[in-house]
Write a protein that binds this ligand. Structure first.
Ligand code: PHB
Length: 393
């Protein structure tokens, strides 16, 4: 029995409406359903919206039919809670009968869903969740985003080469923060740097003030920071209020802290902050210029960030794979996602066939005010085609 028929039968059993099966199966044959599990409410709502908008922009630009199949997005809110993510994943697979899953802002949400992907054999595109080990949680996971060690090593190499010798680290106390902390320390120390202190702050509602005061008292050359998207504005305000810059402490971070959706609202305190990351809205390629322009036009002038890009590329990955399989889904679709290489608004990307993880450029950027009067992360150096250093091969 094909997977769709199996799921249709399962669904009929659940609802005990046997006459529904042939009609459902028929209608489904012409459609590829994509279930996106996103944080649409709660503290991380702005990130869920970026992902939905990135995916919808790709469909607007490229049409909603590929290999004779109509693509249908089904969005479910995980509210930022792992239990809810698991529940809606089950619903998407059993009731909505989706062919593909995707989304996941926070690592714990992807981890909570992994078993559902594996048991139902549903190819699943991880669009943020950036802890290295996420990719190992299911053989049906494919990552279109980034990994924390991958983006962290950029700034960990730049700092000691630019006179920064003593650094304190400050990260959110969960998977990606711990990955970032470890990657930064290893690479920075290997290049001759010294870590003066490592601080972990709670993921939910962190108050940075006491930690920043501790850093200020120690007067390191810089503080390296990882916080997930959405938390950066509050951090930057407290960084300014505590007078760290005046005390001579520079801010180094991954791009999550100064992400494009919120950077412009941070004001001058963000100027000159050096970060490393895989995407900037100021990336100077034709493809990116069009991506940013179309995104702004479609969404009320809003700037896309790295979440929108990962969703946009996740849809391209799906479209390419459906073209390769002639519209077939399941294991064939998963195989066709592996090994893909294409140009993204961030630059060239490659989904490694054996790890299902992403290989991409990591850029070193500085916050500058450009001619349009807005703040951007301006790329000035690049590490080309970086694999995830968090995975040993
Ligand atoms: C994660 O939870 O893996 C995560 C979330 C947001 C980020 C980075 C990592 O910006």
């Amino acid at each position: 029995m094909k997977r769709k028929q199996l799921l249709a039968a399962l669904c009929a059993g659940v609802f005990a409406v046997s006459s529904m099966v042939p009609w459902t199966a028929q209608a489904k044959e012409d459609t590829v359903k994509v279930g996106l599990i996103l944080s649409m409410t709660g503290a991380f709502a702005s990130t869920g919206i970026q992902i939905e908008q990135g995916a919808r922009l790709f469909m607007k630009q490229h049409g909603d039919t590929v290999a004779g199949k109509k693509i249908e997005l089904v969005i479910k809110d995980d509210t930022g809670a792992p239990d809810q993510a698991r529940r809606v994943a089950q619903e998407l697979v059993v009731q909505d009968q989706v062919d593909v899953l995707g989304g996941f802002v926070l690592t714990p949400l992807a981890l909570a869903t992994a078993q559902v992907s594996t048991r139902s054999k549903t190819p699943t595109i991880v669009m943020v969740a950036a802890t290295s080990s996420v990719i190992n949680a299911s053989p049906y996971f494919v990552r279109s985003s980034f990994t924390m060690p991958q983006v962290t090593i950029g700034v960990a190499e730049w700092a000691p080469a630019n006179g920064i010798k003593n650094v304190a680290t400050l990260v959110s106390d969960y998977g990606p923060g711990i990955d970032a902390e470890k990657a930064f320390i290893e690479r920075f120390e290997a290049n001759g740097g010294t870590i003066v202190e490592s601080i972990r702050v709670p993921l939910q509602n962190p108050d940075f003030a006491p930690f920043l005061q501790r850093v200020r008292n120690q007067k390191p050359d810089a503080v390296f920071v990882f916080l997930p998207a959405g938390v950066g504005t509050q951090f930057m305000k407290q960084f300014a209020d505590r007078g760290l810059a005046e005390a001579g402490v520079r801010l180094l971070a991954t791009g999550d802290v100064v992400e494009d959706d919120i950077l412009n609202g941070m004001g001058d305190v963000a100027l000159d902050v050096v970060t490393s990351h895989h995407y900037s809205a100021a990336h100077p390629s034709e493809l990116n210029k069009k991506f940013v322009q179309d995104f702004k036009e479609a969404y009320n002038g809003r700037r896309p960030n790295y979440m929108a890009v990962a969703a946009y590329d996740g849809m391209k990955l799906l479209y390419n794979a459906l073209e390769a399989t002639g519209g077939k889904t399941g294991d064939e679709l998963l195989e066709a996602m592996k090994g893909q290489k294409f140009e993204s608004p961030r630059g060239p990307i490659h989904i490694e066939a054996d790890t299902r993880d992403i290989v991409q450029n990591v850029y070193i950027r500085r916050v500058e005010r450009l001619d349009d009067g807005e703040l951007y992360n301006v790329e000035f150096d690049v590490l080309e085609q970086v694999r995830d250093p968090g995975q040993s091969k």
